[in-house]
Design a protein around this ligand. Sequence first.
Ligand SMILES: [Zn+2]
Length: 56
Amino acid sequence: MVKDIVCGMMINEHKPPAKSSYEGKEYYFCSDNCKSKFESNPREYIKEPEKGKDEK
Ligand SMILES: [Zn+2]
């Protein structure tokens, strides 16, 4: 299982309702709605823990 990073729902990666790739990684979504939200602003949903939080 993988997480839909838009809404937090768990998705079966073998049968994802929607799927997208960004910067060489694949992301799975519960619906086309979450997929299009992600694609309109991927950076908002992708967390990069190594860089730490630096939001202003
Ligand atoms: Zn979703």
